[in-house]
Design a binder for this molecule. Structure first.
Ligand SMILES: N[C@@H](CCC(=O)N[C@@H](CS)C(=O)NCC(=O)O)C(=O)O
Length: 221
């Protein structure tokens, strides 16, 4: 039995939730609020003090990117070939790089200042604008549709899909769903991923912030 513990939001755990679901292993999705997180931390149940974690039959695993690879492997979406796997990891790291731009904005208390800092990242040539254009380029260069040019979906595709479109869910001050329309190739990637049968099935009944992962989600913007 596996137990994934995280907040309700997609955040840092969504890819692993999807992979666990796809894997067919027996797993439990435990959702905690802030008090629940603090209780786990105080009980020293979080190896590095953060969520998400996964309790496995062999002990607790932490760090979202370790969980991504572990659950991706359980789901059979980690390539066997080492070079291809490294290529996939390269893309995962490119996407992780965005966090370094975006995460510091969570620490800006003043709302206007926070919005201005984020908007600046999305103007032409801004850090997020460049990052989104990089993924657009990688997608347009793929001959299979999968970002690492693989025959099937890998963890890089799912991470790119989830991390990118979560940005436009409206949950982050200063970033509106409509801003996605500046990235037409990214929208093609959205269509490709959201219409994959595995993704479509997982998000069919989804509500709230997860509207962004459904087919046609951004058509009205
Ligand atoms: N490097 C960690 C960071 C995880 C992280 O920042 N988790 C946040 C929730 S998204 C958290 O636990 N925050 C609690 C806190 O800041 O005290 C990972 O990738 O898993």
């Amino acid at each position: 039995m596996h137990e994934l513990i995280y907040f309700e939001s997609p955040g840092f755990a969504e890819v692993s939730r999807f992979f666990l679901d796809l894997s067919g292993v027996e797993w439990k999705n435990t959702v905690v609020d802030w008090d629940g997180y603090v209780a786990l931390r105080n009980a020293e149940e979080l190896p590095h003090g953060y969520l998400p974690v996964i309790k496995t039959p062999n002990g607790t695993l932490a760090e979202s990117n370790a969980l991504l690879r572990y659950t991706g492997a359980l789901a059979g979406l980690e390539p066997k070939d080492l070079h291809v796997r490294a290529k996939v990891d390269e893309l995962v790291e490119v996407i992780n790089g965005w966090r370094e731009y975006f995460t510091p904005t969570f620490r800006i208390d003043d709302l206007e200042e926070k919005v201005a800092a984020r908007e600046q990242m999305f103007v032409e040539g801004g850090s997020m604008d460049k990052a989104l254009k990089t993924i657009s380029r990688i997608y347009s260069e793929s001959s299979t549709g999968w970002l690492a040019n693989t025959d099937d979906m890998t963890i890089a595709d799912v991470k790119a899909f989830i991390d990118t479109f979560m940005l436009f869910s409206g949950q982050f001050d200063g970033i509106t769903p409509g801003m996605s329309s500046n990235y037409p190739v990214l929208m093609q990637f959205h269509d490709w991923m959201a219409n994959d049968e595995r993704i479509k099935a997982y998000y069919r009944e989804a509500e709230g912030l997860r509207w962004v992962f459904k087919p046609g989600a951004f058509d009205r913007f």
